[in-house]
Design a protein around this ligand. Sequence first.
Ligand code: ZN
Length: 340
Amino acid sequence: MRTFFNFKETNYNPDKYLDLIKEEIKDYKFNTFNLGISIPSEKTIDEKEDIKLNFQKQLTSLIEEKLNIKKRNEYGDVNIVVDFNYNRIDYNITPVYVYGIYNKLQRNLPQTIDYCFKCKGKGCKLCDYKGVINKTSIQEKINSYFKEIFKNEDNKFHGSGREDKDVLMLGNGREFVLELINPKLREISLEELNKLLDKINLEEKDVLQISNLSFCEKSKIKEIKEAKHFKSYRAIVSCEEKIIQDKLNTLEKNKIIEIIQKNPKRMKKSRANIERKRTCEIINYNIINENEFELELKAEAGLYVKEFISGDNELTKPSISEIIENKCICKQLDVIYIHR
Ligand SMILES: [Zn+2]
């Protein structure tokens, strides 16, 4: 947010600035603030000192007193800068961060806003000028509930990794942080937060379930993004030829397989073509019918499971196709547990 002023340059009357600030932030609830001043470089050192000592100090006291918000030396809920270079006041609102864990119970729901790959959100013929491919996402769903209360202008969704949109996220769920950008409200009681949680879980019953909601610090994002966890998956594998039990048994249970994986073909070419080494353990398998079996495995973070199953035209070695000597594809995949 930003307000411009055109008082005479010599006017350092803090009351006038207080009025402007009050008007701009009237719809917001802040507990703390920080006030900075940007002074034109042509001012002498004495003049700068004077502005700092008088104007900044006085305006700070006025904000504390009249707007009833506390000054903080570091970042506040709102960081106000009166900039005499450009005759404007800038307001930088610190986002509110909400931590939670989600389970995804419906397929074809992307984790984050699925921008059109052709126009990247601008709108084009392909996306019917909507800018997005999928109507909704976990991000948009969860944010919509928060937006009702916090009136945030925008949001960012930080997941601890992500599953493909056709993959369910079951078991103990996936951690996330929802970042509320420019919220009008900053906090609600634990009771209200739990009420919101119940509301989401009721209304999204067969789609999405949330747990462990709490407010958190920004540092939580890094923490959950950098965490590398093994994940257990359940896959339905479809084979080109009839499955032979003996061949299937070459998948040794509880044996750690070391896999060399090049970038999957489905990924954008722009990514550096690195070879990654990951491990995977076969937990269990069961024949469903002539050409399909269910496979449970535990994979290291970063393994492309669908490609490990198919082999991705030899880009992943070894693969389930290679081990059981039958061309396989992953027909369906679910994350069933994240080992954290
Ligand atoms: Zn488009």
